[in-house]
Design a protein around this ligand. Sequence first.
Ligand SMILES: Cc1cc2nc3c(=O)[nH]c(=O)nc-3n(C[C@H](O)[C@H](O)[C@H](O)COP(=O)(O)OP(=O)(O)OC[C@H]3O[C@@H](n4cnc5c(N)ncnc54)[C@H](O)[C@@H]3O)c2cc1C
Ligand code: SF4
Ligand code: SF4
Length: 387
Amino acid sequence: MSEEHNNQSEDKDKSETQSDSIDFTVVYPLYNEELMEERETYEDLFREVVDTGLCSGEGACVASCPAFVLEFQNKRPVIVDEEGCIKCGICTAVCSRYSVLEAAPRDIDLESIGEYKSLWQAYSLDEEVRSEGQSGGVATALMICAVEEEMVEAALVLQAEGDAMTSKSKIAYTKEEIIKAQKSKYVTFPSLAAVNLVRKNRIESFVYVGTPCQVTGLKYLINQRLDGLYHRARYIIGLFCMESFMPQPLAEIFRERTGGLNYAEASRVDIDKGRLVIHHPGRPEKPYRIRLRHFDKAMRPGCKICTDLTAEDADLSVGNVGAKPKNTVVVVRTHAGEELLNKAIEKGYIAAEPMVDKEFQLVVNLNRMKKKERARSIDKFIQEESE
Ligand SMILES: Cc1cc2nc3c(=O)[nH]c(=O)nc-3n(C[C@H](O)[C@H](O)[C@H](O)COP(=O)(O)OP(=O)(O)OC[C@H]3O[C@@H](n4cnc5c(N)ncnc54)[C@H](O)[C@@H]3O)c2cc1C
Ligand code: SF4
Ligand code: SF4
């Protein structure tokens, strides 16, 4: 029943590339032909964001293109049909990194973790979901609850495909399909490119999970009122995120530090106390624990200007730092987030207890550290650009 989506958009329906057959005012209520000439296009987007290394790689631009002429290839958006571009400028409008450096980065509030209603730590009451989860299995349990309790039709998830380097966005309709996508992938995937899957499969309501940049990208798509997305994306779960990695450099550094092992064969990867913890069949008796600073060169360049640790645009955010073992920290931010958490508790999907300030202090500290470090990178970037 579920439909697969290759992030390279290989399965794109060719009929959809016929831009002249699309009523853009239906796909995009904000579409305005008169404004088209003044709008910036993919060329500006690539010059300002992609070529400069600011791109976070979440894929909002690809999802937004009403002419379907953008795709993701080799971890970056590319134009596949220059003639087909209708110069609507929507790809620049949905890019959270476009003009980001002009948006007063010096005003960053180092103490803020965004608006929220309550703080919890929680775990899945399904033992399998809990033990397979990156933390307490809460992100998975919330999505299972949303689907099984018919709060949404499906979940849009990112599923590893055979190895630790490759993932595909999928629409998951069942508990089993949601469980298959568990565990964190510390490499970047343009999971928003798969929003087209939701449109193609006429999914009326879905729950989404993603990193802060993916969540913000989805919010930008929603704000552009892309094809009724506002009504379909019912619950948005954000993952805390310090950084993510480029697959090739990550694999090279891992190979160097382990005497030739292949990162793609890792069976599980965690981040714990500043170390990447890699379970690998090459050393089954003990996982590799390698300091994160050794992987600095593999960090996605776009992460270096990312100030969001806790997915501030999500309905609820989940993370590991500060939680007891096999628990997940949960930050409830919106009415929708509250509704989903309450339902999951009431129906026995998760157990949750309010989080005390002292425990949450670790999140506040890490958040301050990330914002401070990234504000410095932004300043440096602006300085280099102006030279
Ligand atoms: C790149 C990255 C960096 C992170 N950094 C931190 C950190 O510094 N501090 C911290 O406390 N927590 C961090 N996390 C979050 C943490 O690893 C757990 O995902 C979180 O605690 C939820 O755990 P869980 O057991 O409740 O979720 P699970 O039940 O394990 O479910 C996680 C869900 O997230 C989805 N997912 C995993 N990786 C990705 C991805 N790259 N893009 C989109 N969806 C994905 C999975 O498919 C699954 O559906 C990070 C996560 C990622 C992906
Ligand atoms: S940041 Fe996102 S929207 Fe902007 S160019 Fe990169 S993938 Fe596209
Ligand atoms: S650090 Fe920011 S840009 Fe990088 S993957 Fe995480 S949320 Fe996205």
